[in-house]
Design a protein. Structure first.
Length: 226
């Protein structure tokens, strides 16, 4: 598939599907890299992952989940103790307050069951539009294409969206791909962004979608001296 001239919407849709097909063939194992066992643990992990690596979150959650094994335990938690357990995650005071408050709201308003729709998840303290989408698609109960920094970057480089706001980028991606590709597409782009198409030094020479990518905004590497 050659990229030349102005691209029609139908051509862009075909290219977007082709990108996902190649990424899927290359990384069929792509999945969320946060460790969790229950919907509440997923929600807590996603809250902790804001401006923090999944690796760091996975380092603190085993002890956190041992101390607070379910939503009722989190709802009755001492915020100071939660702060102590998540201190290395960054913004830990803010996150601790939100985790305890969200658990309390889940107990009061939802019978102790984590909400499964994006709209209701967004009503919880500390859960924004992107985070709510991540929780919803991994619970398998709502369709979304949440956009993080990796997807924002790749959507521009791949020429799939000209938008700068994550919500507008999500609208473009949802328009280009069929709903059944959204959840997996979200994860594939994140993995590709982490493993190949990095922010500073994208490895275009080993990229499986190189031929499908206009490389918008990618700086050319200087030629090496002979």
């Amino acid at each position: 598939m050659k990229l030349r001239g102005r691209e029609s919407k139908s051509d862009k849709r075909r290219r977007a599907v082709a990108v996902m097909d190649r990424l899927q063939a290359h990384m069929p194992e792509a999945k969320i890299e946060l460790d969790y066992g229950t919907p509440m643990q997923l929600l807590v992990s996603v809250i902790l992952s804001a401006q923090c690596t999944d690796k760091r979150v996975n380092m603190v959650t085993p002890e956190l989940f041992r101390r607070f094994p379910d939503v009722h335990a989190f709802a009755g938690a001492d915020v100071g103790e939660v702060e102590r357990l998540i201190r290395t995650c960054g913004m830990y005071r803010f996150k601790a307050r939100n985790i305890v408050a969200a658990a309390g709201q889940i107990v009061r308003e939802h019978g102790g069951e984590v909400p499964h729709t994006r709209e209701v998840l967004e009503s919880l303290p500390g859960v924004g539009h992107k985070s709510a989408g991540v929780v919803a698609i991994h619970l398998g109960t709502d369709q979304a294409f949440p956009v993080d920094t990796h997807i924002l970057r790749l959507s521009k480089r791949l020429g799939l969206s000209r938008q700068a706001h994550p919500d507008r980028v999500e609208e473009d991606l949802r328009d280009l791909l069929p709903p059944e590709r959204w959840a997996k597409g979200h994860q594939l782009l994140i993995w590709h962004g982490r493993r190949t198409c990095s922010a500073r030094t994208p490895a275009c020479e080993r990229c499986v979608v190189n031929a499908l990518c206009p490389k918008i905004g990618v700086a050319r590497r200087p030629a090496r001296a002979a």
